[in-house]
Write a protein that binds this ligand. Sequence first.
Ligand SMILES: *[C@@H]1O[C@H](CO)[C@@H](O)[C@H](O)[C@H]1NC(C)=O
Ligand SMILES: *[C@@H]1O[C@H](CO)[C@@H](O)[C@H](O)[C@H]1NC(C)=O
Ligand SMILES: *[C@@H]1O[C@H](CO)[C@@H](O)[C@H](O)[C@H]1NC(C)=O
Ligand SMILES: *[C@@H]1O[C@H](CO)[C@@H](O)[C@H](O)[C@H]1NC(C)=O
Ligand SMILES: *[C@@H]1O[C@H](CO)[C@@H](O)[C@H](O)[C@H]1NC(C)=O
Ligand SMILES: *[C@@H]1O[C@H](CO)[C@@H](O)[C@H](O)[C@H]1NC(C)=O
Length: 931
Amino acid sequence: MGRGLFLGRGLFLCLLVFCTSVLMELSTAQMPGFVSLDCGGSQSFTDEIGLEWTPDDHFTFGERTNVSLTNETRTQYTTLRYFPADDRKYCYTLNVTTRTRYLIRATFLYGDFDSNNVYPNFEISLGPTFWSTIVISDASTIEVRELIFLASDPTISVCLSNATTGNPFISTLELRQFNGSMYFTGFENQFYLSTSARINFGAESEEPVRYPDDPFDRIWESDSVKRANYLVDVASGTKKVSTQLPIDVNRDERPPQKVMQTAVVGTNGSLTYRLNLDGFPGNGWAYSYFAEIEDLAPEDTRKFRLVLPGAPDISKAVVNIMENAQGKYRLYEPGFENLTLPFVLSFRFGRTIDSSKGPLLNAMEINKYVKKIDGSPDGGVIASIISPYTSAAWAQEGGDPCLPVPWTWVHCSSDSPPLITAVKLSGQNLTGNIPSDITKLSGLVELRLDGNALTGSIPDLSSCVNLEIIHLENNQLTGELPSSLATLPKLKELYVQNNKLSGTVPSGLLNKKLNLNYTGNMNLHEGGKSGSQTKIIIGSSVGAAVLLVATIASCLFIQKGKRNSKHDDNVQILPTQRLVSSLSNAPTEAAHCFMLSEIEEATNRFERKIGSGGFGVVFYGRLIDGREIAVKVLTSDSYQGKREFSNEVTLLSRIHHRNLVQFLGYCQEDGKNMLVYEFMHNGTLKEHLYGPLPHEWNFNWIKRLEIAEDAARGIEYLHTGCVPAIIHRDLKSSNILVDNNLRAKVSDFGLSKSQVDGVSHVSSVVRGTVGYLDPEYYISQQLTDKSDVYSFGVILLELISGREAISNESFGVNCRNIVQWARLHIESGDIQGIIDPNLREDYDIQSMWKIAEKALMCVQPHGHMRPSISEVLKEIQDALLIEREALAAREGLSDLSRNSFHSSVNMDAFDIPGTENYVAIDESIAQPTAR
Ligand SMILES: *[C@@H]1O[C@H](CO)[C@@H](O)[C@H](O)[C@H]1NC(C)=O
Ligand SMILES: *[C@@H]1O[C@H](CO)[C@@H](O)[C@H](O)[C@H]1NC(C)=O
Ligand SMILES: *[C@@H]1O[C@H](CO)[C@@H](O)[C@H](O)[C@H]1NC(C)=O
Ligand SMILES: *[C@@H]1O[C@H](CO)[C@@H](O)[C@H](O)[C@H]1NC(C)=O
Ligand SMILES: *[C@@H]1O[C@H](CO)[C@@H](O)[C@H](O)[C@H]1NC(C)=O
Ligand SMILES: *[C@@H]1O[C@H](CO)[C@@H](O)[C@H](O)[C@H]1NC(C)=O
């Protein structure tokens, strides 16, 4: 589709450029179509760059508060608005002009406004479309989210919802209108563009360029700001260049002149960068901005290609800025309207053989496509229903009635798009007629408008064929009770008492099995009779009986469900009652009690020692039935007495998961306490990484990821599948065991859980292993699941590096600790420096980065900054996916056409707007090398 489209676009743009440049000359004040909301603010002001801010003080919801704990002095960041962490959404609605493109920017500066010990985590959506999860990980960093969209309605809503921790909040909301065809894409009716990178290369300071330098107030980040894994791997010989001369930028996306006046040049022939693209892998819009700003001698040429690893087709296009832009100091903007990009993007611009000058790059912009989600088709109808009540809080909830979460007084079906199934507006002072539009809600099941001051007659609801429950009582409704109500096939409950209805009750209603109440209507009679005001409620007793039956049935069903779940290995949760009652007794029947003689026979009188740890010595054994076991003989001082041992066994016997070493039973005789586990054939992870075990199997990166996945699953179960949650406290590579199938299980869990909340002098002992021990737990002695996450992070680092957690030699001078060492390397972008040389080249750098970065998050000094084990598990699974893809590709199986996470280009989308110069295909060019 591309070429024709962009040709057309070129013409269109020419006309536009003419008009808009005239316009821009005339407008000296702030651009039209700018809205800058200072959330939580109390008065309007103009900031130092000339933007006019207005407070959101008309906003009905949430609380405003001041923020003081940051170094940010801009007025708009000294306040914010926060919302309850409930299950509803809180929406800002802004006016826009339809068929116009905008940038919407939401920013969040937390500033510890609530002095909470967890950072907020919540979601933001644009109308019904999920936009982003806002994860605060630092009190003084401003989180920014931007979306570029084509307005299709006269208003947009930005909603906050679904807080998993802390309170949702927002600092600013900024709307910026674009001109003409800026950011036009062929996908704009189905997709938004979410900004991942907008970089000003060769920037003169660390300050971003924005309004007024950019009349559209985009934020162009300086390439000299240092961020972890952002713009690293810069080629040697990369130099900044700049000019003061004006640049003709009035075409395409109109990057600001100030951005185009600076650039980087690869004096050695290459420009290389690597950066993390938030939100990717995915499909994106990626463009480069070039303008020749160096003085070239007449014989000089500057021609170069873009090289993306894994996307050989891309490198066929040659950029010659002067030629493409038709002159110096003019914008040339080639790019890809739809490109599949990875999370870690490495790119290179390389000089062609016949070029005398190295490549030059002024700016670059990458946006991710975000699929628009269709809102409820009932949105328009419900909007007209609530339009007379604009001042009521319930009518101001904003956004889509159903998505991402429904309004408080609405229920929705789970269809996509969803339909409204319930309207609950009891006691809301509604006046006037029942809105006839109600009858257009075809999915309606429940209608509650009772306790209002509604007048007029009851509309014909027969088009709402799913209606089951109608409550219109306690209003001032007049007219007859429509006989059409009797045609509603599912109607179960109709309450119209205490109105001013008249006439006769339709016999169709009286003959239905129905909870019907029409008392308190002076002039409403049952057919034939008259004057009676107390009516028998026909069918009500039948209805009640049905209800009763239903209740019994559902209880039985639940009971049955519970019983079933007990048989499920993954979710065996002992009912608390039983847990409590068993504490004072001997171990429950769930744990098998072995005889000492049995154990002695199995272990051949404790002949073969296979391990030892803080809790005692472990022996190999084989039961009479052939099962191999590991018997842990606990050191005698591990327990205060019989009772504590019972507690432990009770706890252990309810933990079942395929990634946890299976507990088979216990033995308590002769003053000895023993725990019996399944035997794991392949030793510990530690032994595989650097132990005495020979490398009899290829312990490659995929294998390591699988082991990490297994272990994370086991830990996730301890943290989230057990009630109460179990914290392992001593995760380390020697506690991860490998079975016959080379899958991993976590061992040593659940031990001395009782000591955590037991006798005080015991609980003050910090348990754990040096090198894996969460420093926060060590200092505070407050144990949380995040202490396990810390230890797990250390294990991930071991898997990457093949080095022990603590070592006197491995990590250079002044460093004994893997965390310190790895952090130094990873944060400076040098991942190669920590990768285990035994992994050779058999890994994909993307998956390696994923794990390295997650590992660093896990070993953050403070627990609240660490991810949950579930998040870590998710990341490992993503990395595995990438790795399996890459493996398939390496083995030449890429035609399996699985979902690809690698760069790949749709050549149809290879468009170079603004020029008709098509690419000369030079077959002599070496294919790009992967990695
Ligand atoms: C504020 O700035 C000072 C001095 O630059 C710095 O030491 C401090 O850490 C900063 N505080 C925050 C919250 O960023
Ligand atoms: C949005 O538009 C509506 C209707 O045109 C108008 O009543 C309202 O004042 C506008 N809101 C703002 C904030 O401009
Ligand atoms: C809320 O967030 C949780 C965790 O991030 C997610 O699993 C869930 O789907 C979200 N719910 C909605 C309604 O978006
Ligand atoms: C981009 O290309 C991919 C694959 O070629 C296609 O599935 C997708 O619909 C295109 N558009 C967007 C916006 O992702
Ligand atoms: C209904 O109106 C009365 C009187 O104006 C007021 O006191 C009450 O708060 C209103 N109720 C609701 C739910 O708006
Ligand atoms: C019907 O409504 C009246 C008035 O609200 C109430 O007193 C009566 O108990 C109701 N009857 C039934 C069966 O619900």
